[in-house]
Ligand binder design. Structure first.
Ligand SMILES: Nc1ncnc2c1ncn2[C@@H]1O[C@H](COP(=O)(O)OP(=O)(O)O)[C@@H](O)[C@H]1O
Ligand SMILES: [Mg+2]
Length: 597
């Protein structure tokens, strides 16, 4: 007896609908995308009972004539692509021609639409698969869709809908994202008669972020942009020392489409290595643009994922944009009187003269800051140092325009002495600085190492009698995985059978007797870190190992050299592991404490 049957159309429709429409937020997403594709300047979203009873989306876009309005509910009916080749160059948010068919199949739906040119508008009422009525109506140009009783005809699905407030959460998140993607469009979200999002049209992303997240957030963000080959990126991202405790504010858009993407998230977290304090996560609103062909958006029925042709390019774009932003503003943590523990920071220096002047690395550099380069920092010039933010205390980092601090940038803090064999005490015109000598040196070396790494120019030494290292099983596995990377960093080891390895080469900057231990530490780091972070973390560990230790007495020249170098780095406030390097005590605070005006 035959067992295979072709499903009745109605059942097939419901199954297909389930792929696209999972819950109220899916309905909102599809309807808002249609509104934006139709060129709307206003999108109003209304929900009742978390969208379970009603989702209504109204736009002032192109609208449809009666014929299109009748056709738009057919599966695979779309005005956005015509032939297969069009899949290669999709410029709209929709293109699958499935959304309205799917929504209609599992709800009671009413659509009103008018294209501004026909004699009159059209109203279409449907119930599940059934067309209930088509009526001529008077309607302003645009489209309004009401979706009632989602899954009324799929009780199994309906049971899985959550409480109104749980369904509302994702909707609010989605509308926030859509509003970020289109600052020029007015967005309104109403739930239970209350406006929860109300964003009039604005000209810039920054203003839109202000509308949605408030002024505090805007103050924590810097503008970022970069371009390479066919790709472009721009947007806003956390200032150094900013960020937040979680990853909830990381928004990515690819060709205008909001996406969740592992590559982008990994690139962002790498870009902020050593730029935020430990435990802080970057905030980001990043918009990437690629020509068609570089990115495939047809990966997922809900279109939430994309695939990049060249993920390395994507990575580089993010690193570049953030890197350039970070090196523009530098911030230093300030001591807050009373010690509330709140991390306050202020801008110490601007851009200008504070970029590392070429690569002046020699092995001597690493040896306890060997080079005796006194006079790099003139105490006389220090008096000129002034930041824009004089006297102000900021909870997060604050960006200062470079122009006003050009003079300050040439100077640097003057060293007063060493305290407890671990801190360098210095002063600039605005106050006292206490600098952690180990963290500071680590930062200086880390920046240099990154530069060397970029040029792939590690000076290395060959061990005439290679020490044989016995590795743990996990370290041996880490070596297998990272041997090539370690080799690029100057460490070459060869298997000797079992888990024994002979260390044949090491980077010249290290002492021969420490090379083996450092190699083992690097393997530990390689074991713990995911591949995309590994290179940065290994460089940070090498910097840590090569840096001067706490407890080492330093002479005045070495301290002067170290402080001058520190303030030329990309981020003098934080060591590459995210620990603070400098605390400062404002003169104003000292004055106040001593009862002076
Ligand atoms: N709000 C709207 N304004 C104008 N036209 C619309 C609107 N919503 C849907 N349409 C038309 O209906 C078609 C089908 O919509 P949909 O099922 O979402 O598929 P897709 O968006 O993938 O084309 C669209 O291609 C568009 O022509
Ligand atoms: Mg659509």
């Amino acid at each position: 007896m035959r067992k295979i049957r072709v499903l009745p159309d109605e059942v097939a429709q419901k199954i297909a609908a389930g792929e696209v429409i999972e819950r109220p937020v899916s309905v909102v997403k599809e309807l808002v995308e249609n509104a934006l594709d139709a060129g709307a300047t206003e999108v109003r979203i209304e929900l009742a009972d978390g969208g379970k009873a009603l989702v209504k989306v109204q736009d002032d876009g192109s609208g449809m004539d009666a014929e299109d309005a009748a056709l738009c509910f057919r599966r695979h009916s779309t005005s956005k692509i015509r032939r297969e080749e069009d899949l290669e160059r999709i410029a709209t948010l929709g293109f699958r021609g499935e959304a309205l068919a799917s929504i209609a199949a599992v709800s009671r739906l009413t659509m009103r639409t008018f294209d501004g040119a026909s004699d009159r508008g059209t109203m279409i009422e449907r119930e599940g698969e059934r067309l209930v009525a088509v009526t001529d109506i008077a309607f302003p140009r645009g489209t309004g869709v009401e979706v009632r009783d989602l899954f009324f005809n799929l009780p199994a699905r309906r049971k899985f809908l959550r409480s109104a407030s749980s369904e509302l959460g994702p909707v609010t998140k989605y509308v926030t994202q859509a509003a970020l993607g289109a600052p020029g469009v007015r967005f309104t979200l109403v739930h239970g008669g209350r406006e929860t999002i109300a964003c009039p049209p604005v000209g810039t992303l920054r203003e839109r972020v202000f509308q949605l997240f408030g002024g505090k957030m805007v103050d924590r963000l810097m503008d970022v942009a970069a371009e390479e080959g066919p790709g472009r990126i721009e947007g806003l991202a956390s200032l150094p020392l900013g960020g937040r405790p979680d990853k909830t504010v990381q928004h990515f858009f690819v060709n205008g489409r909001p996406v969740k993407d592992r590559v982008l998230m990994a690139a962002l977290s790498q870009a902020y290595t050593g730029v935020l304090e430990r435990g802080r996560q970057p905030e980001a609103f990043l918009f990437l643009e690629f020509p068609p062909g570089e990115v495939d958006v047809n990966v997922h029925p809900a279109k939430a994922e994309v695939r990049f042709r060249d993920t390395q390019l994507v990575f580089r774009l993010v690193l570049r944009a953030i890197g350039a932003g970070v090196s523009r503003g530098q911030v230093v943590k300030e001591v807050v009187p009373g010690g509330s523990g709140a991390a306050a920071a202020r801008v110490a220096e601007g851009e200008a003269g504070y970029r590392a002047p070429g690569l002046a690395f020699g092995p001597a550099d690493a040896e306890a800051i060997g080079a005796d380069r006194a006079g790099d920092v003139g105490g006389d010039a220090a008096g000129d140092a002034k930041g824009d933010a004089k006297g102000d205390v900021y909870r997060a980092s604050r960006y200062v325009s470079p122009s006003s601090t050009a003079a300050a940038a040439q100077a640097g803090p003057a060293v007063l002495g060493q305290f407890a064999d671990m801190y360098i005490v210095a002063a600039d015109g605005d106050g006292l600085l206490v600098i952690d000598q180990h963290n500071a040196h680590e930062r200086v070396l880390y920046d240099k190492f990154r530069e060397i790494d970029r040029e792939k120019a590690w000076p290395r030494k060959t061990l005439l009698i290679p020490p044989v290292l016995e590795l743990s099983p996990s370290a041996a596995a880490a070596f297998e995985e990272s041997a090539a990377l370690l080799d690029e960093l100057g460490f070459r080891a060869e298997p000797m059978g079992g888990r024994s390895f002979a260390l044949k080469e090491y980077p010249e900057l290290f002492k021969q007797e420490e090379a083996g231990d450092i190699f083992l530490s690097l393997l530990e780091v390689a074991e713990e870190r995911p591949a995309e972070e590994r290179r940065g973390r290994l460089l940070a560990t090498m910097a840590c190992k090569a840096a001067v230790k706490a407890g080492e007495p330093l002479n005045r020249d070495k301290m002067g050299y170290l402080v001058a170098e520190l303030f030329r780095t990309s981020q003098p406030a934080l060591c590459p592991h995210g620990r603070p390097i400098v605390v400062r005590l404002e003169k104003a605070t000292i004055d106040k404490g001593l009862g002076r005006k």
